[in-house]
Design a protein around this ligand. Sequence first.
Ligand SMILES: Cc1ncc(COP(=O)(O)O)c(C=O)c1O
Length: 412
Amino acid sequence: MNVATRSLLDVEKIREQFPVLHQKVNGRDLVYFDNAATSQKPQGVIDSLTNYYQGYNANIHRGIHTLAEKATKAYEETRQLAKTFINANSEQEIIFVRGVTEGINLVASSYGRAFLKEGDEIIISGSEHHSNIVPWQILCEEKKASLKVIPISNEGELDIEAYKKLLSKRTKIVSVNHASNSLGTINPIKSIIEFAHQAGAVVLIDGAQAGAHLEIDVQPLDCDFYCLSSHKMYGPTGTGILYGKKELLEKMPPYQGGGEMIKDVTFAKTTYNDLPYKFEAGTPNIADVIAFGQAIEFINGLGKEVMAAHEQELLQYATDKVSALPSVKLVGTAEDKVSVLSFIIEGIHPFDIGQMLDARGIAVRTGHHCTQPLMDRFGIEGTVRASFAVYNTKKEIDQLVEGLERIVNFMK
Ligand SMILES: Cc1ncc(COP(=O)(O)O)c(C=O)c1O
């Protein structure tokens, strides 16, 4: 994305919308830098949950009474917002799931079980989250297919030449992240998709770390599947979307059976509902889906490009300051990154750094970030990860740097 270099946001005004940020942790103002794990929620999202339960809690789609109609309308409005957010062709291509993990499992179970056979191959990358590794391993085991892995450079970038060599007519699925949760690397998904299609494979993009940071336009991207988690986009946990091309979703068998996904049931035979409901068995997470709509509106209201400019400014500032500290080594130095800064400090365990920062009110994530094979690639157990959102400030980064300086001096 082409981002302006200066932040155009009134960050203090944005912070006012996030009640959780205004508290002391261990006696100090909270600094929340664990946004890649989950972002905080603005008041509009919180209010949306309360409004639903206080005002119109009802089950959706089948009811004809006023509350049911109101709930159905609000639920389907989020589908409309999600469709526009990623520029899908139709609402039928938007399936509500619990999050990226369930989206990937849905595709592996439904598409994978129906269309893979012995000897087929699936390609993922060396920087995948466990959610984009394990479902494919389960499928490979069941189908006697094999999993191939695109190698990662020392900077944390995918080796595209190696990827091209992995592709063959045996490749049936390519599944990679849009941006890495551990390193921040933004992957060149457009060309990854093009090469996969030339080989005849379908492509799933794990957009967990892209949803709040990068423009997503599934039509020119031409991806076959794209997954998002609401909770990493200022929305509630427990919901997200799987985008799938209509022609693929139509030929895929259902993922789960139950209410809502059926057209007609007899003991002899069941026929399935139209898209997207064929993939939404049971009562869904109504309140959270509705509040997810508020989160999308929040992002739309600020504008992703403006948000990204602010986050890139923070990333640059933090990268310069943290890398200048003694004994610090950055992990993930790709040219194109979302606002994730991963690092290690020689001689100090990431967990200890995390604990000492927490004592100063600073929340970072430490460990393998659900990317153990990636940590193995770098020969480390884990990193300290500071990830920035639209409400973070340079002053908070100064607090992080001051905390790290003290830790380094204390441990010397
Ligand atoms: C890149 C990536 N993929 C997948 C996931 C899983 O997302 P969820 O737990 O919301 O299903 C995460 C969460 O951290 C992630 O960062």
